[in-house]
Design a binder for this molecule. Structure first.
Ligand SMILES: [Zn+2]
Length: 533
């Protein structure tokens, strides 16, 4: 989750473009027999709860905390919400069914935790708290948690620590207010009572722990807070540690993790004081996530020695992820990124990282489905190559009729990834976008910025991510991929899925062309304006 709506870029070591992948015929046939045929017999391409036979299991080189990160309850929604604000507030049957479909995918590919914000509130809990759980909403939340547990997936709700969710409480209770409309004042003991009340309320549900997040919306900077905690790390450490210890006291078996979003300056990363504060707090949580919305705060070569100092596990969000938009049709984009995240996951694992907080999205979008499945598959098989893991995923999802068809589909997906990411406008060190030196990244790549800008614009196709030359390059390369996937169409048993893939690629291509032609038209108009007096 992030309210940060600006784009940046994280340097990701590029894999060799030369795909030298050989698919083992025996493993292909075994896989098809075990998974594809059985599901086909049921008349479905991807079936839900009971498919343990084909499910991915972690091998000896696997991440421990394999977290599917919603992040918001409607970010996985299988229908669009074109007139809703962000984050979308509702919790209806589509929300529920979309989450359950996502759990199916998570279970099939080895995730063990689902992390979700917004079960009962987004910006503001009501000040009686309880009324957020209307009978309808409570029933739906129970259904979601039960469905995850049936699939052996733990559920942790996102819990704002002194911020996120407190806007209404701050408005109505001046005794918790400080200088920030979104964050309670940490110097006031009344604030702590409200934090306790929220934790107590969430513990009434059948949850397995908490995601603690203190810094995303900033802190209180009143005179008292600045005097007690002149530096941010000490402030965030105080409120997070206190909350973590309180939860531990009441729920000893709780899984606890924290994210450091907005904890430090994006350009400089963690200072020594930040690191010392995190080492201290690592005694109270199971995992610390330096997610990397604008690149991670701690990067190699400092990452490995930092991880070794911690008393808990350490993780990221995969180096780069696309944050979906609830506004568009679910087949409006196709943006797979196995090479980007695959390279990052392997490097992080080698440095000792064992946590992965992997962003989800609507599972009926073909690129999102591939990303989610691939992420889980690689988390369970870090020793296997990106191509091997991707091949395994595509074989199960698309049920190719031959190894050659599978190999070609792997190339199409990697080609579509390169088509976008190799057209981005990075600087020489692949850390900043040339048109945005304010902060590194992405990081978190917004398809459409959720708060700023015209609602629904395809920001990921526009500057600073892509220039006009970049859009033209993306257009040409994606068109080639679409031609390949059309030629391949009948060589897969999962025909409905193949059709969705083709549609999403076509829609993406047309959106790119719209952006190109709009700019060309404006340039033409400008020329004519200059000619005529
Ligand atoms: Zn204060």
């Amino acid at each position: 989750m992030s309210r940060r709506c600006l784009a940046g870029g994280r340097g990701v070591k590029q894999l060799s473009g030369n795909l030298d992948m050989k698919i083992n015929r025996r493993s292909f046939l075994q896989m098809n027999a075990a998974v594809g045929a059985g599901l086909l017999a049921q008349g479905v391409e991807f079936s839900a709860a009971a498919r343990p036979a084909g499910a991915t299991k972690p091998n000896d080189h696997a991440y421990v905390d394999r977290i599917a990160f919603g992040p918001w309850m409607n970010d996985t929604r299988m229908d669009p919400l074109p007139f809703s604000g962000w984050p979308a507030e509702g919790f209806d049957d589509v929300t529920v069914n979309s989450l359950i479909r996502t759990f199916d995918l998570n279970q099939a590919y080895g995730y063990n935790i689902y992390d979700i914000f917004g079960l009962f509130a987004t910006w503001g809990w009501p000040d009686d708290i309880e009324s957020a759980a209307t009978p309808e909403r409570a029933a739906r939340v129970r259904k979601v948690i039960k469905a995850a547990h049936e699939r052996k997936i733990k559920v942790i709700p996102g819990m704002g620590v002194y911020s996120w969710g407190f806007d209404e409480i701050i408005k109505k209770h001046p005794e918790v207010a400080g200088t920030n409309e979104h964050a309670m004042c940490a110097s006031k003991e009344a604030s702590w009572k409200w934090q306790q009340k929220l934790v107590d309320f969430m513990m009434k549900w059948d949850i397995d722990g908490f995601h603690l997040e203190a810094a995303d919306l900033g802190r209180c900077t009143c005179a008292e807070c600045l005097k007690r905690w002149p530096r941010n790390p000490a402030y965030y450490n105080y409120v997070t540690s206190r909350t973590a210890q309180y939860i531990r006291g009441k729920m000893p078996g709780a899984y606890l993790m924290l994210t450091t979003i907005s904890w430090a300056d994006w350009n400089t990363g963690f200072t020594d004081q930040d690191k010392d504060a995190l080492v201290e707090i690592s005694k109270n949580v199971d995992c610390i996530f330096d997610q990397g919305h604008h690149s991670c705060y701690v990067r190699p070569p400092e990452r490995k020695p930092f991880i070794e100092r911690l008393h808990c596990r350490f993780g990221t969000s995969g180096g780069l992820w696309a944050y979906p938009t609830h506004l568009w049709d679910r087949l409006q984009w196709f943006l797979p990124y196995p090479k980007q995240t695959g390279a990052h996951l392997k490097e992080l694992y080698a440095d000792g990282g064992r946590g992965m907080l992997y962003y989800q999205g609507p599972p009926n979008n073909p690129g999102v489905e591939i990303n989610i499945a691939f992420g889980g598959q690689l988390m369970c098989n870090v020793d296997k190559s990106v191509e091997e893991n991707l091949s395994h995923v595509l074989e199960r999802l698309y049920q190719p009729k031959s190894p050659a068809a599978l190999a070609k589909l792997v190339q199409v997906v990697l080609g579509a990834e390169d088509a976008y990411f190799n057209s981005m406008e990075w600087d020489e060190k692949h850390r900043y976008l040339k048109g945005n030196k304010a902060y590194p990244g992405p990081g978190e790549l917004h398809l459409s910025r959720p708060i700023t800008g015209i609602y629904g614009t395809p920001d990921y196709l526009l500057e600073p991510q892509l220039t006009q030359d970049g859009r033209k390059a993306y257009n040409a390369k994606l068109e080639a991929c679409l031609k390949d996937v059309h030629a391949l169409g009948d060589q897969f048993k999962a025909q409905a899925r193949m059709k969705r893939l083709q549609t999403a690629m076509l829609n993406t291509l047309m959106m790119v062309r719209t952006a190109i032609s709009t700019q060309q038209w404006e340039e033409q108009l400008e020329k004519e304006r200059k000619k005529s007096p």
